[in-house]
Ligand binder design. Structure first.
Ligand SMILES: Cc1cc2nc3c(=O)[nH]c(=O)nc-3n(C[C@H](O)[C@H](O)[C@H](O)COP(=O)(O)OP(=O)(O)OC[C@H]3O[C@@H](n4cnc5c(N)ncnc54)[C@H](O)[C@@H]3O)c2cc1C
Length: 324
């Protein structure tokens, strides 16, 4: 089966991504299976090193400003339209799985994450993966093409093979319109009605780290027009007043948007935000309960995400002020 491998060359793990995917392909599709590889990268000095990473018939190096799933997806969807393959393979881990699922959704195909093995490499593919915390082995047949899979982690550190690439092309997509996913924004002040009435809440959890950082978070919430709330440890540490406590022992809110940073999502806290229309979790732990239930989860240090959000919003406000 013809395939496309997608590597995130903006990540420090690109070498193990390549090794794991090469091992997966060799085992499941055969070393001679015809395939192409797309590598997104941002550092030009790494280009030659990246070009030698993966054995493919055709290699496309796509230069981007930085890692941003929206941007990768737009580029991949466009490339898939021009030159489709039935199978798209992504590395293991959170970002590979995110890209696999979202690309399948955009292309009307089917997706599966953490795939260990292709039982039948013909179409439609039958994939094997462990389920129920590793207690069961599932065989799943994918029906809709294209099939977008992220592979299970492990298998890195394979011996490096001599990498032969038959054909190579480059694309510079910096500054493309899709590089910004932030096009139209409207800010409404949370209003004086307090947390119960607020339509936008930003909640800080213990992961925020300190009283000073909680204060900074509160200022960021005010700048974004959000009401400020906290989880119990934050209130108990006196990083914020008890009146800001969200949850079973505090405020039960029902905003349109709740961004919860450094909050694990214990049931007592969740009771206070579960009526939100959309929940965004910022957490370094991909297995935190709130990450599993949120509409959108960003697995990263909340400070980095917040900084980037503020940067985008300030930029948008500047453009608006200039009438652009
Ligand atoms: C009777 C009872 C009533 C309770 N009522 C409430 C209530 O009303 N409200 C409430 O909140 N709790 C309540 N609790 C406590 C509740 O059970 C949890 O202990 C609490 O919600 C946990 O708060 P947390 O998520 O902030 O902290 P933790 O559970 O410690 O989670 C911190 C999270 O931050 C993440 N993190 C760490 N560093 C970073 C970083 N740099 N960037 C991003 N993420 C990071 C971690 O991965 C972790 O998921 C109650 C408990 C009891 C027993």
């Amino acid at each position: 089966m013809n395939y496309t491998v997608v590597l995130n060359g903006c990540s420090r793990t690109v070498q193990s991504q390549a090794e794991e995917l090469a091992a997966f392909i060799e085992t499941n599709l055969g070393a001679a299976a015809p395939g192409r590889c797309i590598i997104f990268y941002s550092a030009p000095e790494k280009k030659d090193e990246l070009a030698a990473l993966f054995p493919a018939e055709y290699l496309l190096l796509v230069r981007v400003e930085r890692y941003q799933p929206e941007f990768f997806l737009s580029a991949l969807a466009r490339l898939a339209q021009d030159n489709p393959t039935p199978l798209y393979l992504f590395p293991g881990g959170y970002s590979g799985s995110e890209l696999a699922v979202r690309l399948a959704c955009r292309l009307g195909g089917s997706s599966l994450t953490a795939v260990q093995k292709l039982e039948a490499a013909q179409e439609p593919p039958v994939c094997c993966k462990t389920v129920y915390s590793g207690y069961l082995q599932a065989r799943l047949e994918l029906r809709r093409k294209p099939y977008c899979l992220s592979i299970a982690r492990g298998g890195a550190g394979q011996r490096r093979r001599a990498v032969k690439v038959r054909e190579m092309a480059e694309l510079d997509m910096r500054g493309a319109a899709e590089a910004s996913f932030c096009r139209e924004l409207e800010f409404k002040e949370a209003g004086g009605g307090g947390l119960e009435q607020a339509s936008f809440i930003m909640a800080a959890g213990r992961g925020v780290g300190s009283k000073e950082k909680t204060e900074k978070f509160k200022q960021a919430a005010a700048e974004l027009g959000a009401a400020f709330g906290v989880s119990r440890p934050v209130a108990m540490n006196a990083w914020a007043p008890l009146s800001a406590l969200i949850g079973a022992s505090g405020v039960i809110s029902r905003p349109r948007l709740c961004i919860a940073a450094g909050v694990s999502g214990a049931a007592a806290f969740y009771a206070g935000i579960e009526k939100s229309k959309h929940i965004v979790a910022l957490n370094i732990d991909e297995f935190a309960p709130l990450v599993q239930t949120a509409d959108v989860a960003v697995i990263d240090d909340y400070e980095a995400v917040l900084e980037e959000l503020l940067r985008l919003i300030r930029q948008e406000r500047e453009l608006k002020a200039k009438g652009e």
